[in-house]
Ligand binder design. Structure first.
Ligand SMILES: Cc1ncc(COP(=O)(O)O)c(C=O)c1O
Length: 362
C-alpha cells in the first residue's frame, strides 16, 4: 500500500504504563499511577450521580452539536455558543486544527520540549515543522516570532507547558500576540488552566475577543477528573470556529461525556478543593527537591519535572519496581529528569520516600 511517507516515520503515542500491566510484571498488589497528569481525587460526585441517574440511550447517536453542554459552557465562560468547538478531548481539537490548516506547503511553529501531539499531527499533515528550544523551561516567544515565514499557518503555545509546568505571564504573551500576523492561527493550549495560581496569568477567553487569530484549548481530562470520558473544548471567534467545524467528526463528543461535563461545571467547589490540594502537594515535592538539592521547574500544573542528573529511565525503572508509575523525561525531551503527577498527600509521601531511597542507593 502507498501509505503517506511520513506515517512510516511515526510511532503511536506512548501512553504511561497501565496499572494492570505493572502489577502483573512486578507481582505488586498496589500501584500508584502518577504518569499522565490525571486527577488523583477522581471527579465530582455530581458527575457520578449524573451518569447513574440520567437515562441516556446508548443505542442513539450523541447530540452532534452538544446543545446542552454548549449552552452550559457558554454561560459558564461568558461567551456565545458560536464561539465554542467541542472535542473528543483536546487531542481531538489539535487534530482538527492540524487537519484544517496544515499541509506540505504550510509551516508550523512550536516550542520544544512541549506537548507531543502538535508535532505528531503536523508530521501526519506533511507540514514543515519549526521547533524552538525552551529557555529555562519557558517558551522563547521572540524566537518563535522570528521563525514565522510566508508559509506559517499555525503557532502552538502551551501554557502552562507540558512537561515543564511553566507558564507564560501576561506581559510576555500580549506583546507576542500583537506581533503575530492576523492570518496565522495561535493555539493557546491551556489543558492545566484550572490549576494555575500565578497572579500575572492572562485572561485568555477575553483575549480571544481582541485577537481574532487566537484559539484557546481546554479540557475536562485534568482538574475535572474525566480523562476517560474524553471532552475538551476550544474558544475562538465565530469565524475560526465556523472554518474548523467541517473538519470535526459529527459525533465526536459522546453522550455520557456531554452529560458528565455539564455536571462537572456545576461543581466548582470540587475544582477549588482539587486546586488547593494540588498546591499543597506541590509543596511536598518542592520541599523534597530543596532538601536533596535537585533542580525542578516551579509548576502551575498538577505535575512536576525533577532533574536527577542521571538517566531518567533509571529513576523511572526504580520507581516502577516499587509500584509507582511516573514518566521518564527521556521520552519528553529531558533525558535526566522524571515527570511526576502530583497525587494525594499519601501518594506523594509514598513516591517521595521511594525517591529518597533511590538517592541513598545511588
Ligand atoms: C498540554 C496538553 N494538551 C492537551 C492534552 C490532551 O488532553 P485531552 O485530550 O485529554 O483533553 C494534554 C494531556 O496530557 C496535555 O498535557
Amino acid at each position: 500500500m502507498r501509505w503517506k511517507e511520513q506515517l512510516l516515520r511515526l510511532t503511536p503515542y506512548q501512553p504511561g504504563r497501565s496499572i494492570d500491566a505493572v502489577k502483573k510484571q512486578f507481582n505488586l498488589e498496589k500501584i500508584v499511577k502518577l504518569a499522565s497528569n490525571e486527577n488523583p481525587f477522581g471527579c465530582s460526585t455530581g458527575v457520578i450521580t449524573a451518569l447513574q441517574t440520567n437515562p441516556s440511550s446508548l443505542a442513539i447517536y450523541p447530540d452532534g452539536y452538544a446543545t446542552h453542554l454548549r449552552e452550559k459552557l457558554a454561560g459558564f465562560l461568558g461567551i456565545n455558543e458560536e464561539e465554542l468547538i467541542l472535542g473528543n478531548g483536546s487531542d481531538n481539537l489539535i487534530q482538527i486544527i492540524s487537519r484544517s490548516l496544515l499541509h506540505p506547503n504550510a509551516s508550523t511553529i512550536m516550542a520544544t520540549p512541549s506537548f507531543s501531539q502538535y508535532k505528531h499531527n503536523a508530521i501526519i499533515e506533511g507540514a514543515v515543522i519549526k521547533e524552538l528550544a525552551l529557555i529555562n523551561g519557558e517558551h522563547d516567544l521572540d524566537e518563535m516570532l522570528a521563525a514565522i515565514d510566508e508559509q506559517t499557518n499555525v503557532i502552538w503555545v502551551c501554557s502552562p507547558n507540558n512537561p515543564t509546568g511553566t507558564y507564560i505571564p501576561e506581559n510576555k504573551l500580549i506583546p507576542f500576540l500583537e506581533k503575530v500576523p492576523p492570518h496565522i492561527l495561535v493555539v493557546l493550549d491551556e489543558a492545566y488552566y484550572e490549576y494555575v495560581v500565578a497572579e500575572d496569568y492572562y485572561d485568555s477567553i477575553n483575549l480571544t475577543r481582541k485577537y481574532e487569530n487566537l484559539i484557546v484549548l481546554r479540557t475536562f481530562s485534568k482538574i475535572y477528573g474525566m480523562a476517560g470520558l474524553r471532552v475538551g473544548y476550544g474558544v475562538a471567534n465565530r469565524t475560526i470556529i465556523k472554518a474548523l467545524e467541517p473538519a470535526r467528526e459529527p459525533f465526536n463528543v459522546n453522550s455520557l461525556g456531554q452529560l458528565a461535563a455539564i455536571a462537572a461545571i456545576n461543581d466548582q467547589e470540587f475544582v477549588e478543593v482539587c486546586k488547593e490540594k494540588n498546591r499543597q502537594g506541590l509543596t511536598q515535592f518542592y520541599d523534597f527537591c530543596e532538601q536533596n538539592q535537585l533542580d525542578y521547574y516551579p509548576s502551575q500544573t498538577n505535575f512536576i519535572l525533577i532533574d536527577f542528573k542521571i538517566d531518567g529511565d533509571k529513576v523511572f525503572q526504580y520507581l516502577l519496581e516499587k509500584g509507582f508509575i511516573v514518566r521518564s523525561g527521556k521520552a519528553l525531551g529531558f533525558p535526566t529528569a522524571v515527570r511526576v503527577t502530583v497525587g494525594s498527600f499519601e501518594e506523594n509521601v509514598g513516591v517521595l520516600q521511594a525517591l529518597s531511597d533511590f538517592l541513598k542507593e545511588n
